[in-house]
Ligand binder design. Structure first.
Ligand SMILES: NC(=O)c1ccc[n+]([C@@H]2O[C@H](COP(=O)([O-])OP(=O)(O)OC[C@H]3O[C@@H](n4cnc5c(N)ncnc54)[C@H](OP(=O)(O)O)[C@@H]3O)[C@@H](O)[C@H]2O)c1
Length: 209
């Protein structure tokens, strides 16, 4: 698939690089060709192309958002997504690693408000970027799970294909408001790893019988 990335830092690059190796075409969506993260990403993976944000969206089949959450409104409001899927990889994080919207609404629902004419799916936020670079756990007989939420079934099916390529077991946890719970899982992971010293390559698994 042709994938446009708004944000090509820790998370954007990890996903883009892994997906490019699986045969996807990566377009960095950025209006500033001198951006440090763009230059860095293209030096590490010269196959990535670069287009202004709206042009990248027009060319892509699916768009991933991996910018700082506080930049989302200004980035998204002027854009036209033309009914495309937008994967929200961003997290609203407030003071003391709290939920940045005081748990009143998920960041993903705000993204949907700002990115009208898109189908937002929440994904790739429940772990740090380390597990997006490499999802392999060869010493276990199961894969890490990637939980996704969204209102549109077809959009979620597209994300499930990417999950497979990234080596995750995909689990649809329901509609977009469920993202609030995923964002709290993120905060738990961040507190455990970034604050309390748990290993950054720990992931969640889904076991059922
Ligand atoms: N770090 C993690 O482990 C992790 C894990 C899961 C989710 N997240 C979430 O993912 C998001 C990105 O985190 P990160 O650690 O990858 O951040 P990061 O390394 O700082 O990267 C942010 C990216 O967004 C770009 N950006 C900022 N403003 C932009 C604009 N107006 N137009 C286009 N691109 C713009 C930046 O470009 P410039 O270099 O030009 O500023 C950069 O490429 C955050 O919302 C974070 O909460 C992070």
């Amino acid at each position: 698939m042709k994938l446009a990335f708004i944000g090509i830092g820790n998370v954007g690059f990890a996903l883009a690089n892994s997906l490019q190796k699986k045969g996807h075409e990566i377009i960095i969506a950025h209006d500033n060709i001198n951006s440090g993260s763009v230059v860095n990403a293209q030096s590490k993976n010269p196959s990535f192309s670069l287009l202004p944000i709206q042009e990248a969206i027009d060319k892509a089949e699916l768009v991933l958002l991996a910018a700082p959450f506080q930049r989302n409104e200004e980035i998204l409001k002027p854009l036209n997504f033309n009914g495309k899927t937008l994967i929200d990889c961003t997290n609203p994080v407030g003071a003391g690693i709290s939920h940045g919207l005081e748990s009143k609404i998920s960041g993903a629902e705000k993204v949907q408000e700002w990115a009208t004419n898109s189908y937002v799916v929440k994904a790739y936020t429940i772990y740090g970027f380390e597990n997006l670079e490499n999802s392999e756990f060869s010493n276990y007989n199961t894969k890490p799970v990637m939980l996704i939420a969204g209102n549109n079934l077809q959009a979620k099916q597209q994300v499930e294909l990417l999950n497979k390529d990234l080596g995750f077991e995909s689990l649809d946890v329901g509609d977009l408001p469920q993202s609030l719970h995923l964002e709290h899982m993120t905060l738990l992971w961040v507190k455990m790893v970034r604050r309390d010293g748990h290993h950054p390559n720990f992931t969640w698994a889904y076991l059922e019988r």
